[in-house]
Design a protein around this ligand. Structure first.
Ligand code: ZN
Length: 87
């Protein structure tokens, strides 16, 4: 079980994605296998929004200063578009 840094609820690892720091950028670690510190988030943009609002990503990843989370927003946007296509 992992705790989502957005909604703070616990979930199965399969329902969460792992975020990692790359310098000042935050990226999705799709295989959840990169070494180092990771932060877990549900695959829902609502959880990403909550995490960003609370600055939980930088805190969880021990990042200093401003963070670039553009790649994460892009990844979540692609997931949600894919889900809508299925419906
Ligand atoms: Zn969540």
């Amino acid at each position: 079980m992992r705790t989502c840094i957005g909604c703070r609820e616990r979930g199965r690892r399969a329902d969460l994605v792992r975020l990692i720091a790359r310098g000042e950028r935050v990226v999705v670690d799709e295989r959840a296998s990169a070494p180092g510190r990771g932060a877990w988030l549900h695959c829902r943009s609502a959880c990403l929004e909550q995490a960003v609002r609370r600055r939980a990503i930088g805190r969880a990843l021990r990042m200093q200063g401003p963070i670039d989370d553009h790649a994460v927003w892009t990844w979540f946007g692609a997931i949600e578009r894919a889900e809508h296509r299925v419906e």
